[in-house]
Design a protein around this ligand. Sequence first.
Ligand code: GDP
Length: 478
Amino acid sequence: MTHTDTIVALATPSGAGAIAIIRLSGNDAITIAAKLFASVSGKDLTKQKTHTVHLGNIMDDTRVIDQVLATVFKNPNSYTGENVVEFSCHGSSYIQQEIIQLCLRNGCRMAQAGEFTLRAFLSGKMDLSQAEAVADLISSDSAASHQLAIQQMRGGFSSEIKQLRQELLDFASLIELELDFAEEDVEFANRDEFQKLITRITHVLKRLIDSFATGNVLKNGIPVAIVGEPNVGKSTLLNALLNEERAIVSDIAGTTRDTIEDEITIGGIGFRFIDTAGIRETTDTIEGLGIKKTFEKMEQAQVVVYLFEASPSALRASPPKGEKYSSISVEVEKIKNRFPQKPLLVIANKIDELNVTDRSAFKKQITKTLPTTNYQLLTLSAKTGEGVEELQTTLFDFVNTGALRNNETIVTNTRHYDSLLKALEEIHKVQQGIDSNLSSDLMAIDIRQALYYFGEITGEISNDELLGNIFANFCIGK
Ligand code: GDP
């Protein structure tokens, strides 16, 4: 598919900057650019080689708008595969607008979100999953999400899918050929080889599907719920972790009613902290709603952090000896029972309030009272920062970064995940077909369906709606 029109957009963030880049792409990109651009040495832009840079002025008739550099890329050697010109101008919003307006008046139209990358896809410069990785790369904000995007953009995952699709396609053709010779009862497709291929495909699909759980958390950050009674220091801890005062810290119990989310990066992995209202039994309706929300947030979290205070007042509080912290024990049990599979970190906060004697008394009490298994205990002070680093290390250790370290293929995109699930479902049907000696014509239908879902991932099969959805999420100018 080729586009006849030429598009223009600002490729750098809007607003003032040292320089800004305005990008034109399409058949007429170079001729339109040449109309506005007067090279200082009198060169004609249309006669220049691809991948060359030229100094000149952008002219609105006789008025100089700016002195710029014009970079020329010629079809097919450009990002979009079309003729492309990039003007690097001074980054004033006014200049940017003036140049874009000039381009529009001279025959360009404004690019839509992601249209440059859409054109790159349509002209075969990249497949669909690589195009999607471009958007991920632009939005990557941690070492992990960056590595995933780069890996996908370089085609690691789609080349595997393409290869399997091709092998399946070859078998499909042979099986369909058998249909033409139905009378003769011949088998062109070697059934043993076919079985081997289906086993291999099943294996690869399962591996990719499983990788999504890891990929998703690495890409979007690990959700961590911070739970605990009001006033134990959840917001303070969050602030200590974020190192800035974003959550509301107050002395009135129960003030953190809404959940606050924020993200920090530990060792290249993003963690999304969800500060909650705690799970204390309550008659206050607003707070009651908060508790319901807390459980919902815990459900969504990958790791739960339960916070309580180790202050002298808590240590000397009313329950008789041996029963101190028993209510905390009950809460911890509650969380463990409700979310048995979730890593649970139990944190004793406000350790700074305990002197040396209190600290050892506290340790004794707490080991006596708390459940013995399935959680990790840490003591810290959110206020002074003591133990906060250990918390970060512990959190990092919860994340399985093995796959990332080993450079394994990891699926991060929900659309790919859906297609992989559907492809696996169809491959299961094919397997059942093999097992039950299904006739070639019926088998061919299931294979075609599986091929369809494979093709959806890399874009061999696509439609306007699908492309529209994908590229609408891009920024303009990419
Ligand atoms: P939340 O309701 O659980 O979010 O508790 P806050 O973070 O609002 O803290 C309640 C009070 O405890 C505030 O006055 C904090 O300054 C104080 N606080 C929090 N963490 C610590 C700590 O580690 N040591 C001491 N001494 N006070 C703390």
